[in-house]
Write a protein that binds this ligand. Sequence first.
Ligand SMILES: Cc1cc2nc3c(=O)[nH]c(=O)nc-3n(C[C@H](O)[C@H](O)[C@H](O)COP(=O)(O)OP(=O)(O)OC[C@H]3O[C@@H](n4cnc5c(N)ncnc54)[C@H](O)[C@@H]3O)c2cc1C
Ligand code: SF4
Length: 322
Amino acid sequence: MKTFTHINATSIADAGAKLTQYGSSAKLIAGGTDLIRLLKTRCLPDASLPQYIINLKTITPTLDYIKVDGTTLKIGALTRLHDIAFSTTVLGSWSSLSQAARVVSSWPIRQMGTIGGNICCQKQCWYYRSTWNKFQCVLNGGTGCPAVAGNHRYESVFGPTNGCYSVNPNDISPVLLALSATIVTNKGSYTADKFFDGFKITNLGAGEFVTEIDIPTPAAGSKQAFVKASERRAVDFASANCAILVTPGTGTITAARIVLGAVATVPYLSAEAATALIGKSISADTAAAAGAAAVSKASPISALNKYKVAMASGLVQRALLS
Ligand SMILES: Cc1cc2nc3c(=O)[nH]c(=O)nc-3n(C[C@H](O)[C@H](O)[C@H](O)COP(=O)(O)OP(=O)(O)OC[C@H]3O[C@@H](n4cnc5c(N)ncnc54)[C@H](O)[C@@H]3O)c2cc1C
Ligand code: SF4
């Protein structure tokens, strides 16, 4: 039986130092809702199992906050999704983030899960997550992607990254792109569109972890929304989701950020949808055009995951007309 050495971080600097010291033999734990599941099922190959688990929760007060600094919303990485969902501060100018946090999984997961953990969650592909590492695909140290010839109903309709089609399914990530967030780490920062990687999940470097999310205040009069489709209303990851920020919300649109989630290996910022909207105003026709444009580059693996294309297109329309 594999045992892990549990280390309580005492500060941000301490967590960074431990992470650097133990390198790939260490994993961070925050709420543990994803990591514990990953470790308990033994879906990772032995060589990828960590020896050290570095507990960030012991520095919670330092990284658990929601505040506004000037015009920027600042959320500590250890802030729980439940607190974000019901924060009046977040609801004020960043309502789409609140909408997304409210529909993540179920109440217990939102009570434990943190925003930092959410955007760093590992892939959910059921081949990758199979117990005892049954499918040694390219993502868990083997070769090939059994999902392509197998059941790929949840996989990407925008192609693979490094041969892996597993989507980024998290609900918070598309909102961060739509709202042009910055992901702050113990070593620097990333704009949200540079943070995610379709294979490694994030572009965090060695010894690096998320400490804060910064989100600018959207322009006055802009419209934002988050919508999600999933098989069951609660608990399930998204089959597809969509976050939008359109400026202004009424009148002639000058800027639009339309982001699809759970349909590509990273949250998908659609330049085509933005182009379809700029210079127009929101109507049923322009929303339909933006929905069609958002998926114009989609290329499903087969009829099995093709439903995501229509679903994503419909979500863009629903978000715009909400
Ligand atoms: C049944 C179930 C249903 C779910 N449904 C949804 C859903 O509908 N939508 C959705 O978005 N998510 C869903 N999730 C995922 C859930 O949102 C995440 O599990 C949760 O937000 C992760 O937060 P955590 O603090 O528990 O992370 P942990 O499990 O502690 O960590 C997750 C990963 O992130 C890393 N990590 C944690 N904190 C940091 C940090 N600060 N910096 C860098 N890396 C870090 C860990 O090393 C680990 O790899 C579901 C999970 C479960 C178990
Ligand atoms: S989609 Fe990715 S995680 Fe799933 S089987 Fe293929 S390579 Fe593995």
